[in-house]
Write a protein that binds this ligand. Structure first.
Ligand code: ATP
Length: 329
């Protein structure tokens, strides 16, 4: 099957800044693909390279097998939903959604009818006459989605589209976006710095660090078998154990990761440390120990007795839960 998007050694350097540096990437058609990484790691630049608003300084980009080096944005069959939605404030919602069809030269009656269909798709029937300012954040987000989808793109790019929403609305929109993608079968490429969002929504994801991809895989692969210390630390706040500590705890003398939810507190053990912090999380409590200079967190389910700060304790875990990473930073 032809990939929806393919990067071959793609770079985008701005003078000395390597925003994107020799990235190889294949995104399957129909995938819900997330680009995850800290601020400044190159996610948005990658998205702009796909949409054509940015030009690579090296490498090749193919969209459905076709080299798009010389293809301008409006001929790429790719649409973007921007973080700030970029709606036209003076136009009503229906005209905002119909805008792309007007640019393509579709007649007024046809494009307004199509805009209404799109508004129904994103559950905004009846809102066509309002101005963007008369909508809630979540509703504006859906207008932006409808405005991109009306062009029937084969690839939809979403740049932190839920960033402006409060937590509850964000979670509701995550479910809606996922359902919509499933129904439409369009390839969604989604940029976020929120690991929970990426893990819960994507079929597969790329974790970015300093312009490069640290790891590509399914959410389970990334979460359970992080390839590097950076990935282990960034995705799901795992414990990262240096070689000496891994060995002292019964593993090989290598860097390893251990999930807080797989870590238990023990009265005694090969390495004893001190409780430095307790953080109540609602569903449980995160207890942080200083084990010989390394911070290790254990997630205690609600209802378990909690240690006092300063208490001397060790940790225990199922050896299978220890993930050895090797040397990769
Ligand atoms: P965020 O999550 O904050 O949006 P990001 O991962 O999307 O971050 P990018 O916007 O892709 O990161 O930026 C990557 C790097 O490239 C940053 O260091 C940024 O400052 C730099 N950069 C991006 N655009 C330009 C530009 N036009 N000129 C110079 N540097 C740029």
């Amino acid at each position: 099957m032809t990939a929806a998007v393919e990067f071959q050694s793609v770079s985008r350097h701005f003078g000395p800044v390597k925003a994107v540096d020799s990235v190889d990437l294949t995104i399957a058609e129909g995938a819900f693909f997330a680009m995850l990484g800290p601020s400044g790691s190159g996610k948005t630049t990658c998205l702009r390279l796909i949409s054509g608003f940015e030009t690579p300084t090296g490498g090749a980009i193919r969209i459905f097998g076709e080299d798009v080096s010389a293809t301008p944005p409006h001929l790429r069959n790719v649409n973007t939903v921007f973080q700030d939605y970029a709606l036209f404030p003076h136009m009503n919602v229906r005209d905002n959604v119909a805008y792309g069809l007007m640019v393509k030269g579709m007649g007024r009656a046809a494009r307004l009818a199509r805009a209404e269909e799109m508004l129904a798709l994103v559950k905004l029937d009846g809102y066509g006459d309002r101005k963007p300012a008369q909508l809630s954040g979540g509703q504006r987000q859906r207008v932006a989605l409808a405005r991109a989808l009306v062009n029937e793109p084969r690839v939809l790019l979403l740049d932190e589209p839920l960033g402006a929403l409060d937590l509850k609305l964000r979670e509701a929109m995550q479910d809606e976006l996922k359902a919509l993608q499933h129904r439409l079968g369009i390839t969604f490429i989604f940029v976020t710095h929120d690991q929970h969002e990426a893990l819960s929504m994507a079929d597969s994801l790329a974790v970015f660090n300093e312009g490069r991809i640290a790891q590509i895989g399914t959410p389970a692969e990334i979460y359970d078998r992080p390839a590097t210390r950076f990935v282990a630390d960034f995705v799901g706040s795992s414990n990262v154990l240096p070689p000496d500590l891994t060995r002292a705890l019964g593993g090989p003398a290598q860097w390893a990761s251990l999930r807080p939810e797989n870590t238990r507190l023990a009265a005694s053990g090969p390495v004893t440390g001190t409780v430095t912090a307790l953080r109540y999380l609602g569903s449980g409590t995160r207890v942080v120990l200083d084990l010989g200079g390394t911070e290790v967190a254990a997630l205690l389910p609600a209802g378990q007795p909690l240690p006092e700060p300063g208490a001397a304790l060790s940790i225990a875990f199922d050896p299978a839960a220890l993930h050895v990473m090797g040397d990769a930073a």
